[in-house]
Design a protein around this ligand. Structure first.
Ligand SMILES: [Zn+2]
Length: 71
């Protein structure tokens, strides 16, 4: 599996979101990252790209992060 964020090829128990694989490392980063983190924009724009669906039905990155954090 190739992580949609870091591009690492990892065989572990990451998760699939809308057909995209996110490795366990990036998953934990996503749910714990703070808005003032230097990598925040990277992860946020990565989420936006991932969830873009014909430009019409993508939820905001904040909603996705909140739903990930609830797992
Ligand atoms: Zn990753």
């Amino acid at each position: 599996m190739i992580c949609a964020f870091c591009g690492e090829k990892i065989i572990d128990d990451g998760l699939f979101v809308l057909g995209n694989y996110i490795c366990a490392l990036c998953e934990s980063k996503l749910v714990t990252i703070k808005a003032n983190d230097t990598n925040y924009d990277f992860y946020k724009s990565g989420l936006k790209k991932m969830w873009r669906c014909a430009g019409a039905c993508s939820p905001s990155a904040e909603i996705i992060l909140a739903s990930l954090a609830r797992r």
